[in-house]
Ligand binder design. Structure first.
Ligand SMILES: [Mn+2]
Length: 612
């Protein structure tokens, strides 16, 4: 993998000064906002306040869905919520089941089985539900592409409502049913997850039934969990939903969530977006990956604390199994990568790779090697694969180029799934790698770190650590802040964590700060005391009841001498000088990328956000 490059975007100092003045912010936070396209004070203020919220009526046509639901509630006919086996699919199902039950509906649910049914609404399921007596089929987190299946439901005497947030079919055909979909119904935050869509629909149904939608406030717990787990961008209304949901979670009375937090050792009062993504979501997902997702749904719906505890322990065990399966596949896959050597993409296949886990491993490999990765679980004469991409590569386009090698495939730019005959795997590998080698430029093959602010050592205190929390929740679409420390050198490396990590002192402009770097083998990644270009994240670290600022190294590279080599490599030096970290009072730098040595940032618990 190529070295990480630093990218320091333009940051006009007059915009920084204006934000500092009008919003009373530090220079560092103002730089972050300007570099993230929020230099306009009103937009910056709105983002920091995270108060964007829209009424359910902003979904065009939602009243059709509401009327249809209420008609079935008053008729007492059977309503089935059809969800999905991941966190978003489970949480959206739970919200509608609870809300409709509360209104006296005859409601049940169906979660497809990842291996047996596959993703989405299947014709066989539609038939089964019709036989089981369903009169109204409500889909959540799926079925926007299920044109034929929804038509079949109609033929079998069922009405349907489709709620989803996935992309519609390429041919533009939509199911013939009332739709509640953020992008297709003109909702002002088009990137809601399915659980947020279900929450809005439940609010609309409550309002129309004469109930107070505020009764649904506690469902924001599930909205926050699913918004983080489903990796939708944490901007716009999603920020509001996650913040409010985290507050609700801290005081949750739902037995299942309390039990889940207990097995994951998350203190409710300190639950944050990382706990959602790395501790709670993987456990809730584990049942659907290893067995069936129903246990997750039962956990969210039960009112019985004892039963909640049992199910939470079951999920915790399934999560352990998932981790073991993941670890084993990863070792085998890494061995294949080592054998293949440097390639533009990797297509790897193995026996007895759990198909519910290959997607997680594919994303880890894509991240580690910064290459598109296809992982295929072979079983008999065929195999099921999962693929993950990197920013510069359109995965679906790449697979489409090799379509004749596969039985079927689907997905999008960043993630995809496929089925293939065993004997075709080598041909797919060859075609896919050739395509990747053709379309990927050298620059695409090394990761880029976007620097948010350039700061001096004297700024790296508790004040800034707390101030940066105003940008939370962090995650997809709103990454953690990367601070470049100007004129830094790293000193006094001392191993910690059984020699895996290192703690050290950062010096910059006469100020010193304590820092840590994870997974460096206990050593400083650069020469002790030498000038470096280094990026950090600055956290509030709570340990034994004491709050301290903590600097965590992201990447470091030796700072190259700037003046001496000017005559030799003048062109390059002009570029480098533009990249010189400016003092925080005058932050202005042209966008320049510089190579840096990668230091992996510890990502907390061994968890996973990506979809399978
Ligand atoms: Mn979803």
């Amino acid at each position: 993998m190529g070295a990480t490059r630093f990218q320091i975007a333009d940051c006009p100092s007059e915009q920084v000064a204006r934000l500092r003045r009008e919003l009373k912010l530090s220079g560092a936070l103002a730089q972050v906002l300007v570099r993230r396209g929020l230099g306009e004070p009103d937009r910056a203020r709105a983002f920091l306040e995270a108060a964007e919220e829209h009424p359910p009526g902003a979904f065009a046509g939602i009243e059709l869905a509401v009327q249809r639901i209420l008609a079935h509630v008053s008729a007492g006919s059977r309503i089935t919520i059809h969800g999905d086996y991941d966190v978003d699919g489970i949480c959206s199902t739970a919200i509608l089941v609870r809300a409709l039950r509360e209104l006296g509906a005859d409601v049940d649910s169906y979660l497809p089985d990842r291996i047996g049914d596959g993703y989405g609404l299947a014709a066989a399921t539609v038939r089964r539900l019709a036989q089981r007596g369903t009169k109204l089929l409500v889909t959540v987190d799926c079925a926007i592409t299920a044109v034929e299946e929804v038509a079949l439901a109609g033929e079998l005497g069922m009405q349907a409502i489709v709620t989803d947030h996935h992309s519609a079919r390429a041919d533009g055909r939509l199911p013939d049913a009332p739709l509640v979909h953020p992008a297709l119904c003109g909702y002002p935050c088009p990137e809601l997850c399915a659980t947020a869509v279900a929450y809005k629909l439940a609010q609309a149904v409550y309002a129309a039934a004469g109930r107070d939608p505020a009764e649904l406030e506690s469902e924001l717990e599930l909205v926050a969990l699913a918004t983080v787990a489903d990796v939708v961008p944490l901007i716009g209304e999603n920020r509001t939903l996650v913040r409010r949901g985290l507050r609700a979670l801290a005081a949750t009375r739902r037995p299942g969530l309390r039990a889940l937090m207990a097995v994951a050792r998350v203190a409710p009062g300190r639950v944050d977006e990382r706990a959602l993504g790395f501790a709670l979501a993987p456990r809730l997902n584990a049942a659907g990956r290893m067995y069936r997702a129903d246990a997750g749904l039962e956990l969210l719906l039960t009112e019985d604390p004892l039963r909640a505890q049992q199910v939470a322990q079951e999920l915790d065990r399934a999560n352990h199994e998932r981790r073991e399966a993941e670890q084993r596949i990863r070792w085998e896959a890494e061995a294949q990568v080592a054998e293949l050597g440097e390639r533009s993409a990797y297509v790897l296949a193995g026996e007895q790779w759990h198909p519910g886990v290959v997607g997680i491993v594919a994303s880890r490999l894509a991240e580690t090697h910064h290459r598109p990765v296809v992982l295929i679980a072979l079983d008999g004469a065929s195999g099921k694969g999962s693929a993950r991409s990197i920013p510069g590569f359109d995965l679906l386009a790449g697979l489409t180029e090799c379509s004749e090698q596969m039985l079927r495939f689907g997905g999008h730019r960043a993630a995809a799934g496929l089925e293939i005959e065993r004997e075709r795997v080598p041909a797919l590998a060859q075609a896919f790698e050739q395509h990747a080698a053709r379309v990927l430029a050298a620059a695409d093959l090394s990761p880029v770190e976007r620097v948010d602010a350039v700061v001096g050592g004297e700024e790296l205190g508790m004040g800034l650590a707390e101030e940066l929390q105003r940008l939370a929740p962090f995650g997809h679409g709103n990454p953690g802040v990367s601070l470049m420390v100007a004129e830094a050198c790293l000193r006094d490396g001392r191993p910690m964590g059984e020699g895996k990590h290192v703690r050290f002192t950062v010096e910059s402009r006469g100020a010193r700060a304590q820092a840590v770097a994870f997974r460096t083998g206990g050593r400083l990644p650069v020469e002790d005391g030498a000038p470096v270009e280094a990026t950090f994240k600055l956290e509030v670290n709570e340990w034994n009841g004491v709050c301290e600022p903590r600097l965590v190294l992201r990447h470091a590279r030796p700072a190259e001498p700037r003046i001496e080599v000017r005559s030799l490599r003048e062109e390059r030096e002009v570029e480098r000088e533009l990249a010189l970290p400016p003092p925080p009072e005058h932050p202005s730098a042209a966008p320049v990328e510089q190579p840096a040595q990668a230091v992996p940032v510890a990502e907390g618990e061994h968890g996973q956000l990506a979809l399978c």
